[in-house]
Design a protein around this ligand. Structure first.
Ligand SMILES: [Zn+2]
Length: 200
């Protein structure tokens, strides 16, 4: 009898301390996550909604969602696996529909995302995000830095290599993404887009 009680108490304690404590940042259906996009139907057919897990800046396990092209699904899953292994914090991963498809609003919230049928900022060329083949991670920790005129986006953000959740060229995540054929915006010379990876 005593043993049974002890075992039950143990199970309850382990459950409370261990599993079951994932914080859900996003739990949309595909329809909800793509609502209002201007993307054509045949493009949407190649987009998938992934559930991903990550340690956020509160050091707790979170579950979010990201819309990507099915051709990069495995790479994106691997990205999140590496982030877990490296204890690389990711603030939150929520489809950008939450910010009414407004990239600036999503970046200011330090939100990570991928698919967004939109032009490259300041141009009329479709971004690789339009096809779900680009991911933006922790944009407030890894901002865009323009040269001429000098400007940082999102506003108020600073790139501080060595801080948690910040990409650097010598880090495992950047190295392995590049080995899988991805480009990293931190390598660009015209401007720096530290939060951006793409595989066009
Ligand atoms: Zn991007």
């Amino acid at each position: 009898m005593k043993t049974t009680i002890l075992i039950i108490a143990l199970i309850i304690t382990t459950t409370l301390l261990g599993g079951g404590l994932t914080i859900v940042d996003s739990k949309m259906s595909f329809e909800e996550a793509t609502k209002g996009t201007k993307a054509p139907k045949e493009l949407l057919d190649s987009i998938v909604l992934l559930n991903v897990e990550y340690y956020s800046t509160d050091k707790k396990l979170h579950q979010g969602q990201i819309l990507v092209h099915k051709s990069v699904e495995e790479d994106v899953k691997y990205f999140f696996q590496m982030a877990m292994e490296e204890k690389f914090p990711i603030k939150q991963v929520v489809p950008i529909v939450k910010y009414k498809w407004d990239d600036d609003a999503s970046m200011s919230a330090n939100n990570s995302s991928a698919f967004n049928y939109r032009f490259i900022a300041g141009t009329t060329r479709l971004s690789n995000h339009s096809f779900g083949k680009a991911i933006d991670i922790n944009p407030f920790f890894n901002p865009v830095i323009y040269k001429d005129p000098p400007k940082t986006s999102p506003k108020g953000a600073k790139y501080i290599p060595g801080n948690p959740g910040v990409f650097t060229a010598d880090g495992r995540i950047v190295k392995e993404m590049k080995a899988r054929g991805w480009r990293w915006g931190g390598d660009w010379t015209s401007l720096k887009d530290y939060h951006h990876f793409d595989k066009p």
